[in-house]
Ligand binder design. Sequence first.
Ligand code: NAP
Length: 322
Amino acid sequence: MKAVRVHQYGGPEVLTYEDIPVPEPKAGEARVKIEASGINYIDIYQRTGLYPLKTPFTLGTEGAGTVDAVGPDVTEVKKGDRVAYASIPGSYAEYAVVPAGRLVPVPPNIDAKSAAALMLQGMTAHYLTHSTYTLKKGDTALIHAAAGGVGLLLVQIAKQRGATVIGTVSTEAKASLAREAGADHLILYTQSDFLAEVKKITDGRGVNVVYDSVGQTTFDKSLDCLRPRGYMVLFGQSSGPVSPFEPGKLASKGSLFLTRPSLAHYTLDRAELLERANDVFNWTASGKLKLRIDKTLTLNEAAEAHRQLEGRKTTGKVILLP
Ligand SMILES: NC(=O)c1ccc[n+]([C@@H]2O[C@H](COP(=O)([O-])OP(=O)(O)OC[C@H]3O[C@@H](n4cnc5c(N)ncnc54)[C@H](OP(=O)(O)O)[C@@H]3O)[C@@H](O)[C@H]2O)c1
């Protein structure tokens, strides 16, 4: 089968498109014939070695398709089921072997591209707004990179929960998309000081929560955007990792909370995984959540997809088709 592999860490040019044997499912595993694979920022961290995996490896942690073989002792799925998954390595390929307990049934009214697009970014937007900090009516949230894959979903779900949303983006075109998604205020953080703008918008009070996936370039000022006892939810580092941090600062800046959550810990058991996935599937099927698939490329164009994501050229989701 064809797969996109990493033999050495580096830029998009290290990705190889090559033939490898079709993997065989072992006990408790199922093999999925991939119909769509999702591109996520974590793929870039794994490609560069920021999140090191043992080389060589097949990139990609999100996919949707059909079960085409199961190993012994599999009870959750059977051959022919339409399924999707996230957080399991090896999805930039024609087939992937996945622990059966991590596979989610895909409803008939959700196509493979949408399913692949929702598993990682959709469930992330779900847990950030429902569990990490439970947004409620009257809250104000600052969402960085509001026109990104997670960002556009996060804005919509935050609005559904009754929050006022301040989004940051790098361009006017991205601001339009985030506004369409429901953001109440947009700040072009590449042109103006987002801290000053947030203070202005909130009459100096600050926000209840910052959802910060940008990291290095936004972290310090994000803390200053919070009101006392506010929540700093650092969930990514698209601009680079945050420097070591002195916890005493949380006290002096207003008894703040700091968390660095990860999807894996918010889909710990099958019940939680199914609940979050079914919510985002149902919201999408009913039109409550609008999915933006910005770009669809083929597996052998994975390097180009990475260049565009890293180059801030994408909005919403990027999908690879085998
Ligand atoms: N912890 C978790 O469970 C979890 C799960 C999913 C994703 N994440 C994180 O969430 C973030 C978003 O992921 P995504 O896949 O949806 O990507 P994305 O938001 O579609 O793309 C990243 C965006 O970050 C912004 N950005 C700001 N500074 C940047 C820089 N120096 N280089 C590149 N981008 C920069 C850009 O938007 P502007 O041009 O508008 O600035 C860019 O479009 C990532 O940091 C990812 O690691 C975390």
